[in-house]
Design a protein around this ligand. Structure first.
Ligand code: MLT
Length: 204
């Protein structure tokens, strides 16, 4: 997968896995990584699917309606890529914290839903429920931050609550942060995510 890897100055820190929104690229979330942990290594990936020329991490049939078969295929593809990247760049595969926005948050959520040890933690900005009706792996000890908008037309508030509850049933520890906005990524939630990260992944 097309990507950028930047080795951090403190290799005991998690590696931040950046996953952009629809139409984005691997450049988009680099400034977020700086804010969250400027000493951490960064792996920023571009989605392999194109929708009218816009990169995404998996296909959708309509706005908010996912192509489930492709979601499953692309989730495995990303997980395999992470395994290979960890070997190539020599970062700790078990110490990866995802930072995703919108479609990128949805594939990060899908990694959590399908693979037990895919992520050590995740910051999900405006995620949806990636799949329903499946048994999640045991996510005990996995901290997850959800940034949601009370007026998000793409993800209704009850879907953010549903995602929290599905992850909690799998024993993840979830913080749901609300902003009185829509689907956009706000400074308030970026700052809240940074605070959550520092609390959960203490300075070495
Ligand atoms: C998705 O398709 O993943 C969601 O609708 C969010 C987005 O617009 O990318």
């Amino acid at each position: 997968m097309k990507h950028i890897f930047r080795k951090g100055t403190d290799l005991t820190k998690p590696t931040l896995l950046l996953l952009h929104g629809t139409g984005g690229t691997e450049q988009d979330l680099l400034p977020l990584a700086e804010r969250i942990d400027d000493q951490a290594s960064v792996l920023s990936v571009r989605g392999n699917v194109l929708e009218h020329g816009m990169p995404r991490f998996f296909r959708r049939l309509a706005e908010g309606v996912f192509d489930e078969e492709d979601l499953i295929f692309r989730t495995k593809e990303l997980n395999d890529f992470l395994n290979d990247a960890a070997e190539k760049y020599e970062f700790d595969r078990d110490n990866l914290v995802a930072v995703g926005y919108s479609n990128g948050a949805n594939i990060a959520g899908s990694l959590l839903f399908h693979y037990k040890n895919a992520l050590r933690g995740a910051i999900l900005h405006h995620p949806m429920v990636p799949r329903r009706g499946i048994q999640l792996p045991d996510l005990t000890g996995t901290p997850v931050f959800i940034g949601a908008g009370t007026n998000d037309p793409i993800c209704p508030a009850q879907e953010s609550e549903e995602l929290k509850s599905l992850l909690e049933t799998a024993k993840a520890s979830v913080q749901l942060h609300w902003e009185n906005f829509g689907h956009q990524l706000t400074l308030g939630e970026v700052e809240a995510a940074g605070k959550w990260y520092r609390e959960n992944f203490k300075e070495a």
